[in-house]
Design a protein. Structure first.
Length: 454
């Protein structure tokens, strides 16, 4: 049973009294005892404070990981609502396999490739402050099967991100992928493809990482919550997969293989499920973005988390309104009737969430609205282009995640605010290009790092 602070300090004072008994005058003994008492109380308080901070950080990460993993429900609802009713079971099974395959792949080798070898038992603050003398490597080489890892909450948080990246592909490949092949894809993405990207951008040993002691061009790529790491990776994978598999039967070609002049629409069977999924994803995104601060107890991090949540909200709202207005204008010009498309509005909302992910903590609120407005326009244009190029994306995951993952990463190079960069990354030497002009120069190093990362 652990001793109380009183018992510990009493034992310390008793030991000092016995050692100083008969040595020196009474005032000297009293002074030594007072110093010892203050030191004992201070040490006890520091230990208690550190334990409390560690508990808060662990709970914060577990809570954020739970929100991020709950996003799997949102993806499942959107995928189920976007397909024809006879394919619902098939689609939901793919979403379940994403979570299962990702957990196995990330546990066995994925985490080791992503973060292995960099002082896995270090505190959150040392991870964020570049402590440990990390050297640049291609992938991690230690901590397979979580051997030697003590920060299990950090693994769970990173696993939830990995599962999110994997499940982006599920909707795109709806109605045309075998289960065995899909499970193999999920494990491969979680075990190797995704970890390589994570190691490059988030690990202190990654060549693009802003946490690297010697970052690229003294800046490194800034991707706070995974605009490129998670969404661009998942979106690009979806594009490659759908090009390999081809479109659904009857989408762009008739049964004889002849190209249709007008592509056949395959409307989903439930807008209600799609809307439910959109709200669930928006809810989970607060854990996705705000949780990426990793430690809540470091200086001013509570302020960063609040600012991150506000930016997440504003960008989502701006993306929804932007897409809805533009789609209405286009529909009115094409048909002469004013119609409001709920599906475009929902995907516009998701586009805003994806676009703000990379820079949610380091851009000002007005910039998050601009980012959201642009993301809505980009989504709508790219969605139309995919149909024109005869690329069959059942849930529009490619324009939502890939295109706006790119835009979100580029927006960091334009809108990263100096004060926020200092608070989050500890340096403001290289900031957004627009702010560099305000400093009287055209420093675009951060923007260049973002381009290299993409």
């Amino acid at each position: 049973m652990s001793s109380t602070t009183y018992q510990t300090c009493l034992a310390s004072l008793t030991s000092i009294d016995s050692n100083t008994n008969g040595v020196g005058d009474a005032s000297s003994s009293s002074s030594i005892a007072t110093e010892a008492l203050l030191e004992c109380i201070s040490n006890a308080f520091d230990t208690s404070h550190q334990n409390t901070n560690a508990s808060i950080d662990t709970f914060f990460l577990l809570y954020a990981a739970s929100l991020v993993f709950f996003m799997q429900t949102g993806f499942a609802m959107i995928c189920a609502g976007c397909v024809r009713i006879n394919n619902v079971q098939n689609t939901l099974l793919k979403n379940l396999l994403d979570a299962c395959g990702a957990s196995l792949g990330f546990y066995t080798v994925g985490y080791a490739f992503a973060f292995g070898g960099y002082n896995s038992n270090s505190s959150y603050s040392s991870y964020l402050d570049n402590e440990g003398g990390a050297t640049t490597t291609f992938i991690g080489k230690e901590n397979f099967f979580l051997m030697g890892v003590e920060n299990d909450s950090f693994w769970l948080f990173q696993f939830a991100f990995c599962a999110t990246s994997a499940t982006i592909v599920a909707g795109t490949l709806a109605e045309r992928c075998q289960m065995t092949a899909y499970l193999a894809y999920s494990i491969m993405l979680a075990a190797f493809v995704y970890p390589v990207v994570v190691h490059s951008i988030w690990s202190p040993q990654g060549f693009l990482s802003a946490h690297n002691p010697t970052p690229l061009w003294d800046s490194g790529m800034v991707d706070f919550a995974g605009g490129s790491v998670v969404h661009l990776t998942g979106g690009m994978t979806a594009l490659i997969a759908t090009k390999i598999l081809g479109p659904r039967t009857g989408r762009f070609h008739d049964l004889r293989g002849k190209v249709l002049k007008v592509p056949t629409e395959f409307p989903g069977h439930s807008l209600a499920l799609q809307c439910l999924g959109t709200f669930i994803l928006w809810f989970g995104w607060y854990g996705f973005n705000a949780g990426s601060i990793i430690s809540l107890t470091l200086d001013d991090h509570h302020l960063v988390v609040s600012h991150t949540a506000i930016n997440t909200t504003l960008s989502a709202a701006a993306g929804c309104v932007s897409t809805l207005c533009l789609s209405t204008i286009v529909a009115e010009r094409m048909s002469g009737e004013v119609t409001f498309n709920l599906q475009y509005a929902m995907n516009g909302c998701l586009s805003g969430l994806v676009a703000i992910t990379a820079g949610c903590s380091i851009v000002e609120s007005w910039a998050s609205i601009v980012i959201g407005l642009v993301s809505g326009a980009l989504y709508l244009c790219c969605s139309k282009l995919l149909v024109r190029w005869r690329i069959d994306d059942a849930v529009d995951a490619i324009p939502v995640h890939m295109i706006n993952g790119i835009w979100g990463s580029l927006s960091v190079g334009l809108f990263a605010e100096p004060t926020l960069m200092k608070a989050v990354y500890g340096t403001s030497d290289h900031v957004g290009w627009f702010y560099s002009w305000g400093r009287g120069n055209a420093d675009a190093i951060l923007l260049a790092c973002q381009l290299v990362g993409i």
